[in-house]
Each structure stands twice: as structure tokens, then as C-alpha cells.
Design a protein around this ligand. Structure first.
Ligand SMILES: *Cc1c(COP(=O)(O)O)cnc(C)c1O
Length: 379
């Protein structure tokens, strides 16, 4: 019986070919041919005003925190059910993450709880599109406009997903994407910042170019190349961009293949959901998703842990997800909540993610059959 891992990075085949081209061209630092190609692809694919490659989604979030001019004591509203970088990027600038609860259906930030969390110190809302399924962006943008605060989308899981026809990451003022090997389109480590607010374009290039006006200098718009503002090294090497370029060429086919597997899981578990034995993911009518993740919500922590252990005995790795940030040591130290977060606390204990990667197709039947067998005999 062979082991089925939770994740296996998918290589499209042309990655090394493009890396060889970058090698041949002798341009290895960032900002060259492949970086430009990837950024143009992202702009075309998402409709974002500007795209800049970064080392990671974490770096893109840190860049957005700089661009938002976040400072000590400022507050940022975000869900507790997310990856640490969503909060850390702002804590690094001295901000206080204010954690609020999620919706029961999509597990995304509950837009109805945002307004009551806003104070005079609130600078930004950071919606996280969990599993590549969009938050209620229309409502969130309305609240932000009304209170004159920024929206920074954590779209780490959301490339190739949309909300009312608009790509995730292209709706807020800024959006952060990830190409980490656990995401759909990958470069090992990697990310991008999408800039949708045209007024942030120049500041973006300054922050991206270590705080200098290098970009304007090379466009012939400045006669000196000098330090202008805060910045850092955010751009990845051309070798990473070359790898990513190969992946982007296959983004549509990768997404379609993932969607097919997602749908197979979804119909595989429909009967148990009908019997009230579990809950499957919910995709609202306004959302098109990218099949980033397939999860199940079981009845309680004990059932979830039993399931993971039994699946492991059968050679299939399944995993839970985030420890809610508001209950983590750093979350308690740096952040606060406005209230109890009952849905976050509950969901975190009941959620389990199933393997979903290209190449699993032939064995997916075994994953579903094993899971059904365990779930049907658990109670
Ligand atoms: C993966 C992920 C990140 C971090 O992405 P990196 O590219 O690894 O920095 C941030 N937020 C969410 C919601 C993620 O899923």
C-alpha cells in the first residue's frame, strides 16, 4: 500500500528550460525578462493596475504594510483563522492586530462584525480568502470607503479565483498572492503584490527597490539614483521568476484539473452531508474558486483527530489547519479581540483537509473510499 501525502508540488515540465534561458542570458538578479513577463501575466490575468513579484506572500504583506504607512499603535482588522503572516506583517510595523470571528459557511472574515471593531486607530481591513473562496468584498469595500480605511486582501490562496467576475487580490487597494509550494501555482517560495490604487504606484516601486528611486532612474525620469523612503529587498531572482513563468503558462489547465478533483470529492461526500454526518465546503453564488483546498467539517475535535489517525493508518495523510491566532502566544501578546470568537474556536477543532494535488487522480477513489469507511463506522 503506497503512502499518499497531503501535498506534492506539481511541476509542469518547462521550469528548467526557462531557468536555463535565464542562465544563458546572464541576468540573475531580479527585475529582468522573466520578472517582467510574470508581472505582465499577473496584471492581465487579474486586472490589477500593477503587479510586483516578491519573495513570498509574507513579503508582499510586509510591503503592503509599508505602503499603507502603518505605524505603532495603529490597528488592523483581520480574521483569527488565518496564517501568521497576515498578522505578523503589521505587527512588524508596531500595529495591533484586532481579531474578529469568521462566517460559519465560507470560514472567511464575518463582514457583519467589522464595523463594530473599527476605532479611530483602525487603518486597514485584511480579508483572507480561505480556500480560494472569496470574502464578501462588496460589503467590505463599502465599509472601508465609509470609514476611509484601506483594504489589503490576503489572496495567498486565491490566484485564479474571482468574486462577481473580479480576480481575488484585485478588488482591495492592495492584494497579496503566494507561490509557495503548497499553493496552486508555485515557485517553491514566492509571491506577488497587486496594487489596484493607482496613487500607490510610485511608492510601490520605491519600497520594492529598497527605498530608492532606481525604477524612475532607469526610466530616465531622474538623473540621480538615491534613497527616497523606507523599503527593503522584496524582489526575487530571475531564476525564481523563470520557474514561475513556466507555471503561469499552465495556470488554466492546472486550475481545471484541480477543479475536477475538487468536484469528485464534493460529490463523494454529498451523501454523508445529507445524513448530517459532516459538512462540505460552501461556495457562494458570486464566487468562482480555484480548488485550492478540499476540507471537511466533522462533528467535534475527537471525531476529527480519530479521522486523521485512521487515515494515517491507511497510508493517507490528512491535516488540520490554523491554530487561531487570538489563542496563540504571539497573538495574545501583540493583538486583541473585540469579543469571543466562537465560530473560529469551533471550526479550528473540526476541520480536516484532504490531499489535493495533480497526480493524485488515480488514487483519489482510494482516499474517498477510505474516508467514507472511517466516517460511516465512527459513530
Ligand atoms: C500561504 C499563506 C500565506 C503565506 O504565504 P508565503 O508565500 O508562504 O509567505 C499567507 N496567508 C495565507 C492565508 C496563506 O495561505
Amino acid at each position: 500500500m503506497n503512502h499518499i501525502p497531503f501535498n506534492k508540488p506539481f511541476m509542469v515540465g518547462k521550469e528548467l528550460w526557462y531557468i536555463a534561458q535565464a542562465h544563458h542570458q546572464g541576468h540573475l538578479a531580479g527585475g529582468g525578462h522573466f520578472t517582467k513577463h510574470c508581472q505582465k501575466w499577473l496584471q492581465n490575468m487579474t486586472g490589477a493596475h500593477l503587479a510586483r513579484l516578491t519573495h513570498s506572500c509574507t513579503a508582499a504583506l510586509e510591503m503592503s504594510s509599508l505602503l499603507a504607512r502603518i505605524g505603532p499603535g495603529d490597528e488592523v482588522i483581520l480574521p483569527s483563522y488565518t496564517f501568521v503572516s497576515t498578522a505578523n506583517a503589521f505587527v512588524l510595523r508596531g500595529a495591533i492586530p484586532v481579531f474578529i470571528d469568521i462566517r460559519e459557511d465560507t470560514l472567511n472574515i464575518d463582514e457583519n462584525l467589522i464595523e463594530q471593531a473599527i476605532t479611530p486607530r483602525t487603518r486597514a481591513i485584511v480579508p483572507v480568502h480561505y480556500a480560494g473562496i472569496s470574502c464578501e468584498m462588496e460589503c467590505i469595500m463599502d465599509i472601508a470607503r465609509h470609514h476611509d480605511i484601506l483594504v489589503i486582501e490576503d489572496a495567498a490562496q486565491g490566484l485564479m479565483s474571482s468574486y462577481k467576475g473580479r480576480a481575488l487580490g484585485s478588488i482591495g487597494h492592495l492584494g497579496a498572492l503566494s507561490f509557495h509550494e503548497t499553493k496552486n501555482i508555485i515557485s517553491g517560495e514566492g509571491g506577488a503584490l497587486l496594487v489596484n490604487d493607482a496613487s500607490m504606484k510610485e511608492a510601490t516601486d520605491i519600497a520594492w527597490e529598497k527605498g530608492t528611486n532606481r525604477s524612475r532612474f532607469f526610466q530616465g525620469l531622474e538623473d540621480k539614483y538615491t534613497w527616497i523612503d523606507m523599503g527593503s529587498s522584496f524582489l526575487p531572482s530571475e531564476l525564481i521568476a523563470a520557474f514561475l513563468h513556466a507555471q503561469m503558462e499552465e495556470a488554466v489547465s492546472i486550475t481545471n484539473a484541480r477543479l475536477k478533483m475538487w468536484d469528485t470529492y464534493h460529490s463523494g461526500f454529498s451523501a454523508l452531508e445529507a445524513k448530517g454526518m459532516l459538512r462540505r465546503p460552501v461556495v457562494p453564488a458570486d464566487c468562482k474558486h480555484n480548488a485550492h483546498m478540499y476540507y471537511l467539517l466533522l462533528s467535534d475535535l475527537q471525531a476529527r483527530d480519530h479521522f486523521i489517525a485512521r487515515m494515517a493508518e491507511a497510508g493517507i495523510q490528512t491535516v488540520f489547519h490554523y491554530v487561531p491566532l487570538h489563542s496563540s502566544p504571539a497573538g495574545k501578546k501583540f493583538g486583541r479581540t473585540t469579543d469571543d470568537l466562537p465560530i473560529t474556536d469551533d471550526i479550528a477543532q473540526r476541520l480536516v483537509r484532504l490531499p489535493l494535488w495533480l497526480g493524485l487522480e488515480k488514487q483519489q477513489g482510494r482516499v474517498i473510499a477510505t474516508a467514507l469507511d472511517i466516517l460511516e463506522h465512527a459513530s
